[in-house]
Design a protein around this ligand. Structure first.
Ligand SMILES: [Zn+2]
Ligand SMILES: [Zn+2]
Length: 134
């Protein structure tokens, strides 16, 4: 399968991985950000939360969507009442998490009672030799 480009480090390719039945693409070589295609993050958190970010109050970024290359990502809140920002593509509905955003995403997941699930995922990544510190 074709590797996606990192929206942050445009010359780097994302590494694909699957965990807990969900597919992610990870910028293992450089910025440590994570891309989730439409529905994947929602699947990941679906036991507690079905809403994906609403692109209201969105701000256009300089980053190109790894899937739709010609579209730029917009910065938006992860949930309606959350202070955590993520970058999404309003065409394919994929979500980009910067490494710096992962810390607050983790806090959100802990609030939703999904902290353990995230640590299982990060441990899995570390076993594969990736360094995802959140
Ligand atoms: Zn990157
Ligand atoms: Zn897209």
């Amino acid at each position: 399968m074709t590797q996606l480009n990192c929206p942050r480090c445009t010359d780097k390719k994302l590494t694909h991985f699957s965990h807990e039945g969900v597919d992610f693409d990870f910028c293992n070589d450089s910025c440590l950000g994570i891309w989730a295609d439409e529905g994947e993050f929602a699947t990941y958190i679906s036991e507690h939360q079905k809403n994906i970010p609403e692109p209201t109050q969105a701000k256009l970024t300089e980053m190109a969507c790894p899937r739709c290359v010609n579209n730029r990502l917009v910065e938006t809140k992860i949930t309606q009442d959350s202070g955590t920002k993520v970058d999404i593509c309003i065409t394919c509905n994929g979500i980009w998490f910067d490494k710096s955003e992962l810390g607050s995403v983790k806090d959100e997941l802990v609030k939703l009672g999904l902290g353990n699930k995230l640590s299982v995922t990060t441990q899995y990544l570390e076993k594969k030799g990736y360094s995802l510190k959140v």
